[in-house]
Design a protein around this ligand. Sequence first.
Ligand SMILES: Cc1cc2nc3c(=O)[nH]c(=O)nc-3n(C[C@H](O)[C@H](O)[C@H](O)COP(=O)(O)OP(=O)(O)OC[C@H]3O[C@@H](n4cnc5c(N)ncnc54)[C@H](O)[C@@H]3O)c2cc1C
Length: 295
Amino acid sequence: MRGNPETHELIAATSLTDALTRLADAPGIWMPIAGGTELMVAHAAGRLSAQKLISLSTIRELNFIQVGAQSVSIGGGTTFGQIRRHATIASDFPLLAQAAGWIGSIANQNRATLAGNIVNGSPAADAPPALLVYDAEIELISQRGSRRIPYAEFHLGYKQSVLERDELVFALHLPRRFENHARYLRKVGTRNAMAITKVAIAATAVITEGRITEIRLAAASLADRPLRLIATESALLYRTLSPEIQTAARAALFSEVRPIDDIRSTALYRRHVAANLLDEFLNMLEQKHATGMIA
Ligand SMILES: Cc1cc2nc3c(=O)[nH]c(=O)nc-3n(C[C@H](O)[C@H](O)[C@H](O)COP(=O)(O)OP(=O)(O)OC[C@H]3O[C@@H](n4cnc5c(N)ncnc54)[C@H](O)[C@@H]3O)c2cc1C
């Protein structure tokens, strides 16, 4: 059943302080809305339970990309269009720029925000795997102050997170130390554009004197939340790539992921595709190393 606009109230926050005050004064009553590309779909389908919406789209303090010597900070209200077009993100965090270009259509990218993608909590969302392999930190803000935690600790389960009812996502902070890492991002969907992810894998790695000395792997649609693949990383760290090590990494991946059967794919399909993507990344890594493209 379609939602009825008359049963909802929408106000525009005049400032970050205004939004935080309203959230603090009536926790759980006001639902933040940024680009609305998730919430308006929920509304149209009659699934939007919140009656009162507070728009963040006019809050300038949430919309920024700040480039520092050590890190890049991206405000929660920054759109994927802005992220995709930003020169430093393209040079230092190309996987995030690539993921930004996958979010729906250009029209979506001009509305959809980074915080909205994260807080919506879909395990299939496109930005989280890139944020996970870049060791992003997430900064949450409320009237009580702000706190900064590893993004890897943000999601607790399906559509559950550590975000309190009076908090907003203020920013994501990405350390600028991945410039020389080999990188990989691949999304498998029904088609190339406007497709919800069936499986995606993001990866960064460094090979030093033939051994993998750094590796980060993350996935979408392989668990109830965006997942950092810690066990698979452990099977590869400090190893020299070989068919045996790749087999061990595949086995670790198989036992680590927890995909589901749904209308888009079966869990078994997702496991096999994920393992194939891992192989593709490791083969690329070995080839780059063999041809001297990485140390
Ligand atoms: C046609 C279409 C195609 C799409 N394709 C893709 C795709 O390919 N890949 C993909 O990942 N997603 C896709 N999406 C989903 C959506 O566009 C993204 O998840 C988007 O990033 C959501 O951001 P938003 O600002 O529109 O969120 P909103 O709809 O405004 O909000 C989503 C959630 O985030 C919360 N929220 C927003 N900002 C904050 C904040 N600063 N602090 C705390 N909570 C906040 C809201 O309360 C709400 O719970 C698509 C959507 C549509 C309609």
